[in-house]
Design a protein around this ligand. Structure first.
Ligand code: ME8
Length: 661
């Protein structure tokens, strides 16, 4: 069976955050699950780059929109890598393969009379990229519940798309396909909205030039939503690409509730007009809200650096939290305290503890060699029965796109396994020679329970399964979905090891504030490269990244050699990308009363506005050097491993010029 799943394509006007990440993680779970089922999966994500707000943001940064989005798109790709997202493609709407299809479709719709020229007179909300008629505004502002910002009056020649013509056909389709818009609350909302009457949609702009040109009237650029929705087929090579023939229609378009309206109205009407089959399911999940209640969003300023969170708690723990806390049809609440709570209770106490406790017993009582099972008793039969029931409910929950419920079920199994340890009390069995066979059965059941947990959690926490397999002396070939309720899969005689805790408990007090964790105290931590990981991140973070290759540690130096380095705190006054390079950022920094220029290779990892007014560590007595014609007077310190890079920042009250030693 083929399975095509998509996320929205995100606006790269600012770096992705934990709210944005939810949708992509949820889609990833479904993609991974379907791959485990043996389906032929295609998983698409990408970026929506032709928006007016991109032009505005780039202008505010004194840079060209393309240069600006190139930088932010890298941040998206980096985050998806850090979160172990298994997308098959990443589409950017500035790519030719997309633009060609949009132009072809626009022309076709125009030629068949579904697009016509007229004049738009009304309001526009740039942050939401939405047209509004006067009577829809709330106190003159954008009526979107999470927006409420100023709108602008537009009066311009525009092309219009005849949504009204397709209202009846769309309503009929939704009525005939009860599964089309999910969950049911969103379906009802959409039905009410469409029944209220659809107006033709303005689908071109003339007041800026960034975007895809209307091919037969190039002073117009295509309205960003018409352009963006088409990504779902342009990425497949519509109209005659192999992937299009193989994967369309989409099995699921997953998104936040804010944009269901565009997907449930404009998108199906484009497809109806083109006589293309409609997607099977449009699923709108809730939002992650901050503890204070507002939606997590960059514009509200309540976002936390996702890279920092992943570094601290590990990708699997962040994925687990996001998936577990968002219930179908409702919003979820995000706070770092809640992440730690989930990590400590569900991951460290429940799952992690079961695995280490039971493997420790195999090591202690059988030198790590898994014994042959003896006669099974009522407790083992109960566990088997439960695994069948749970595999079944997990499958049903994922069919209805409810990963939170699936995880709840899996944790019911984990809880039952922990109870099994207490009920069987292997430590007592070990004291009696005549209980040897019973102890063998219990220990064998332990390792089978661990295997079942690895299989069931594999779509949710892709870093975990390989780590568990390694403890069992196996590779990932052990992860076979069909065997999540089969027993007797592991052969006796295999050697297991206890290993390190899978999820060490976290003491939240060590992260008093998000900022403080970045504080660098070189007095205590000599190894700059691993500073953050070694002192603050749980060990799991380091181990969960498979086969890290570290640079070898350099030859010893004396304290006198070290003392030659003059490291200082420096305040970043301004930051801008060096033109025509991907990597270089030019910084003006204040250090000990002077202003210096420093060129640093961090532009792929930071936006200029993320750096200004931050305090960094400068090698202040490095001989100046010229980079791209700019004299760089020093070097700022950053930790990096593979694709991830973090500039070391100082957050306590230390002025530019303070010594770092
Ligand atoms: O709307 N909680 O892009 P966008 C949960 N480019 N999900 C959240 C979230 C939160 N706090 N904040 C964002 C666009 N999201 C268009 C889409 S598709 C053809 C074009 C997620 O960058 C959620 O999926 O504003 C939401 O729908 C999406 O990010 C909006 O991303």
């Amino acid at each position: 069976m083929k399975y095509y799943i998509t996320t929205p394509i995100f606006y790269p006007n600012s770096s992705p955050h934990i709210g944005t990440a939810y949708t992509t993680v949820a889609a990833d779970v479904l993609a991974r699950y379907h791959r485990l089922l043996g389906d032929d999966v295609y998983f698409l994500t990408g970026t929506d780059e032709n928006a007016q707000k991109i032009v505005r943001t780039a202008e505010a940064h004194n840079t060209d929109p393309k240069i600006y989005v190139d930088g932010v798109v890298e941040r998206f790709k980096e985050l998806w890598r850090a979160l172990n997202i298994s997308n098959d493609d990443f589409i950017r709407t500035t790519e030719e393969r997309h633009q060609d299809v949009v132009q072809e479709i626009f022309t076709k719709l125009f030629e068949q009379g579904d697009i016509y020229k007229s004049e738009y007179s009304g309001w526009y909300c740039t942050p939401c990229e939405t047209f509004w008629m006067e009577n829809k505004l709330v106190e003159g502002k954008c009526p979107n519940s999470d927006c409420g910002r100023d709108v602008e009056l537009l009066k311009e020649e525009s092309y219009f798309f005849r949504l009204s013509k397709y209202q009846g056909a769309l309503l009929k389709f939704i009525e005939d396909h009860p599964e089309f818009i999910q969950p049911i609350s969103r379906r009802n909302e959409m039905l009410r909205f469409i029944e209220g009457g659809l107006e033709d949609l303005c689908v071109s702009r003339t007041t800026f030039q960034w975007g895809i040109k209307v091919p037969f009237d190039p002073k117009h650029v295509v309205y960003v939503w018409l352009d963006a929705l088409i990504n779902y087929i342009s990425a497949l090579g519509y109209p005659d690409g192999e992937n299009y023939k193989r994967y369309w229609p989409a099995d699921v378009h997953i998104m936040g509730k804010d944009i269901v309206r565009f997907h449930a109205v404009i998108w199906p009407i484009i497809l109806l007009a083109l006589d293309i089959p409609l997607p099977k399911v449009i699923y709108g999940h809730g939002w992650y809200l901050s503890k204070e209640g507002g939606k997590i969003s960059k514009s509200r300023g309540n976002v936390q650096d996702s890279f920092e969170l992943i570094q601290r708690y590990g990708s699997d723990a962040i994925r687990y939290f996001l998936l577990r806390e968002m219930q179908v049809g409702s919003d979820g609440t995000y706070s770092e305290d809640n992440v730690v709570e989930r990590l400590n209770s569900d991951l460290a106490n429940d799952l992690g503890n079961f695995v280490s406790r039971s493997l420790a017993m195999v090591v202690k009582y059988r030198k790590g060699i898994v014994p042959r099972t003896g006669q099974e008793g009522a407790l083992e039969r109960e566990l088997k029965e439960l695994s069948r029931e749970i595999k079944n409910t997990v499958e049903k929950s994922l069919e209805v796109l409810d990963p939170a419920r699936a995880l709840e079920e899996i944790w019911r199994f984990v809880a039952r396994c922990n109870k099994y340890v207490d009920e069987t009390a292997p430590w007592s069995l070990a004291k009696h020679e005549d209980q040897k066979e019973r102890l063998d059965t219990v220990l064998y059941t332990f390792v089978e329970c661990i295997r079942v947990m690895a299989v069931l959690t594999a779509p949710f926490m892709p870093g975990l399964a390989p780590r568990i397999c390694a403890l069992l002396g196996k590779d990932e070939g052990l992860i076979r979905w069909q065997e999540a309720d089969q027993w007797g899969i592991l052969e006796h005689g295999i050697q297991v090891q206890k290993g390190e805790p899978l999820f060490p408990r976290i003491d939240i007090s060590q992260f008093t504030t998000a900022e403080e964790t970045k504080t660098l105290d070189l007095n205590q931590n000599q190894n700059l490269d691993l500073n953050l990981s070694q002192t603050q991140a749980p060990k799991e973070t380091i181990e969960s990244v498979p086969a890290l290759e570290f640079e070898p540690i350099k030859e010893e130096i004396s304290i006198d050699d070290f003392a030659k380095l003059d490291l200082r705190v420096a305040k970043i006054l301004s930051a801008e990308k060096v033109e025509k390079t991907d990597k270089l950022m030019k910084l003006e920094v204040e250090v000990a009363g002077e202003v210096r220029t420093v060129v640093s290779g961090i532009a792929k990892h930071y936006l200029p506005e993320d750096l200004v007014n931050r305090y960094v560590v400068l090698v202040a007595n490095l001989k100046p050097t010229k980079l791209r014609g700019i004299t760089s007077q020093g070097m700022i310190l950053a930790a990096s491993q593979g694709e991830v890079l973090e500039v070391l920042m100082v957050t306590k009250d230390l002025p530019g010029g303070a010594r770092v030693k």
